[in-house]
Structure formats: structure tokens, C-alpha cells
Design a protein around this ligand. Structure first.
Ligand code: BTN
Length: 246
């Protein structure tokens, strides 16, 4: 991973750029990094604010032999890789909020956007682009007001100073190790230990509807099991889940 590495001063979105390269035949492991993104994308059509020089904005191309439902595993691996890298570099606890956000002291410092393309005929995955955005060094002022309410930068919480290069390199190294050499169940074990939704009272937003539930656990594929107040249980493979304060 990262043998083919393209670094840009400014890109619209590293995910979009890498998807173009993937369609042109780029090899597995190709990585694109931008010093800033002018149209950084978050999940659910949101934008991911990516100010110049303040974060790591990168995407990794994979061509895995797996069924599309297993693509969630890749997000799980990326989240664990990130959490391990941040803890090692900054000596600070980095929790994972299912499915793909990294939180430090209750603030989101990173998100992951995994985009997959399927081959029409075989129904198999053609490629997967894993986009990782980490807010490394900055202050609230670098973020729009609504984002600053819940998000933060690692250096606001850590005493150590690390370069964005170090952060990018260690995330890639950890990702490669976990993706290539680890059994998924062992990755999940780390994920579960760092998952901060488990056991919490949450709100699940699905099809625009909000429901109260309790987050039970993470299953073997990385899905979240919840129990609604009605007693009904559901296995979520994606969706908006937030911790309830009242
Ligand atoms: C989220 O928090 O909803 C996901 C954010 C993902 C952001 C990363 S930054 C690199 C890559 N390129 C993008 O346009 N988005 C992802």
C-alpha cells in the first residue's frame, strides 16, 4: 500500500480523484493525498471541511475479492488502523464511534468515507476507495461554526506535536498490516474494545425517522445490533446513530 503515491497541493476530493484513477486501471494500493480539499466529501452527502495543511486527507485504492456486503469490513479495518496510529503517535485515547468516526475526549477528529464500485455482470466488487480525513493540527476557528460544535483537532488534546506526514505514514502502515496480515476477527476485537457506542442509549436515524434505542454490540461483520425501546431488535449495517444525552 502506498507504493504508488500521488500527493497534491489542492484537490477537490481525493476520493473522487482516486475513483477516476481506478477506472483508468490504477493498481491496488494506490494512494492519493491532498494538502487541502476544496470539495471534501463526508458521508450522507455532507461535506468534509479540509483546510490547507491542517489535516490528513487521503484515499486508498483496494481491489478486494469479496462480496459487496463485506465492504463494511474495510471501513472497520481503517478505523482500527487510525485509532492505533493516533494512540501510538500522540499517546492519547482514540475511541471509535460506529462505524467510522474517531473521537478524542468526545470530539470527532476523523471520519472515513468508503466508496465501492460493483461489476454489473458478476455482482462482485470492482474496486473500493477508502477515504480517510483526520483533523491533525488546528483550532476551532479553522472549522465552520456548526462543525466546530462536535469536531476538533488532535493537537487540541495531545501534548505531542506530530507532522501530518507521520500521521499519514503510520495510518497507512497500520492499515496495510491489518488488511494484509490479520484475521478480521482479531481486528474486530480491537474495534469492540474501542467502540464507544456499545452499551449506550442512542438515537437511530433511519429514513429520516428518529428512534430511541440501546446499542447492544458489534457483530462479526461489523454491523451494529440495537434494541429499540419497543423491544424490537435490528442489525444496522449503516446509518446515523448518536448517543442520547437525555
Ligand atoms: C465523514 O466524516 O462523514 C467522512 C469523512 C471522510 C473524509 C475523507 S478526506 C479524504 C477523502 N476524500 C473525501 O472527499 N472524503 C474522504
Amino acid at each position: 500500500i502506498g507504493k504508488q503515491l500521488e500527493i497534491y497541493k489542492s484537490v477537490e476530493s481525493t476520493n473522487d480523484l482516486l475513483k477516476d484513477l481506478a477506472r483508468e486501471g490504477a493498481v491496488e494500493g494506490t494512494v492519493v493525498i491532498g494538502d487541502e480539499q476544496t470539495k471534501g466529501k463526508g458521508r450522507r452527502g455532507r461535506s468534509f471541511h479540509s483546510p490547507m495543511g491542517k489535516g490528513v486527507y487521503m484515499s486508498i485504492l483496494l481491489r478486494p475479492e469479496m462480496d459487496p456486503e463485506s465492504a463494511l469490513k474495510i471501513t472497520v479495518i481503517a478505523a482500527v488502523a487510525e485509532s492505533l496510529a493516533i494512540e501510538e503517535l500522540f499517546d492519547i485515547k482514540a475511541e471509535i464511534k460506529w462505524v467510522n468516526d474517531i473521537f478524542i475526549k468526545g470530539r470527532k477528529v476523523s471520519g472515513i468515507l468508503t466508496e465501492a464500485s460493483m461489476e454489473m455482470e458478476s455482482g462482485k466488487l470492482e474496486y473500493v476507495v477508502v477515504g480517510i480525513g483526520v483533523n491533525v493540527a488546528g483550532t476551532k476557528e479553522a472549522l465552520p461554526e456548526d462543525v466546530a460544535k462536535t469536531a476538533g483537532f488532535i493537537t487540541e488534546f495531545a501534548d505531542k506535536d506530530r507532522s501530518r506526514n507521520e500521521v499519514a505514514a503510520l495510518i497507512l502502515n497500520k492499515f496495510e498490516e491489518l488488511y494484509m496480515h490479520w484475521e478480521f476477527k482479531d481486528v474486530l476485537e480491537i474495534y469492540r474494545k474501542r467502540s464507544f457506542l456499545t452499551g449506550k442509549e442512542v438515537t437511530v436515524i433511519k429514513n429520516g425517522e428518529e428512534r430511541r434505542a440501546k446499542a447492544l454490540d458489534i457483530d462479526d461483520r461489523g454491523n451494529l445490533n440495537v434494541e429499540y425501546d419497543s423491544g424490537a431488535r435490528e442489525t444496522l449495517s449503516s446509518g446515523e446513530v448518536s448517543v442520547r444525552k437525555n
